[in-house]
Design a protein around this ligand. Sequence first.
Ligand SMILES: [Zn+2]
Length: 258
Amino acid sequence: MNCNEAVTLVAAYADGEIDGPRGDLLKKHLLGCAGCATQYQSVLALRAQLRAEIPYFPASPALRARVGAVIGAMDAALPSRPRPAIERWRWLTSGALAGCTATILAWVLGTAVIDWRASDDLAVDAVTTHVRATLSNRLIEVASSDRHTVKPWLSARLDYSPPVQDLADEGFALTGGRLDTLKSQPVATLVYRYRQHTIDVFVRPASAHAPPPALRTVRGFNVAHASGSGMDWLAVSDVSADVLSPFVQRLARADAAP
Ligand SMILES: [Zn+2]
């Protein structure tokens, strides 16, 4: 094996795709050729760097279900045993069908990724807003533990009226509220105190978009989501997830929202 041949194979070899006699020849060449060995090492280094630096996101159960459904539909749509008499025609139609299902699969994956990106950006946006408010000492614009003060203050400044309640007897004291912008839309922010922690709860009318994940961590902050009372509830805090998630679900429950 010469260098020209070896260089074209190193990337596939690094991925474990070259085996058998060709793999042996390449391995032998790499042992004896410094130039090609360097090329091979740089492919390995690049792969390690990509693995280390590009975030890995497991597919959500919803995405898995959608992809599974499409693959199931493909299996059902494609003839498994074409009869010889019409074999050629079947080949043609199954080719066209495969093209269609591939297009549908690409579309489903594409929209799922767009949904995921939108919800991902929402969590990042929420954390950024929370941090900005904390750092600029702008956590509270209307300071009150009285929901009859906070709610009208917010309602007067928004085109919706967020449910507001104080859960001080459960450890979550309402300390006030403020107006923020989330995904370029004005949003009501309720501010709660839990021990030494501040919890921001963004409340906005439920949207038709795919809901964000129930729980995420962004830059060390937990972001917990719940839907209820016609609203989307997004809580951001440095409190632990096992405190934050039940809290936001409690707020979102219809019976808890007067
Ligand atoms: Zn070489």
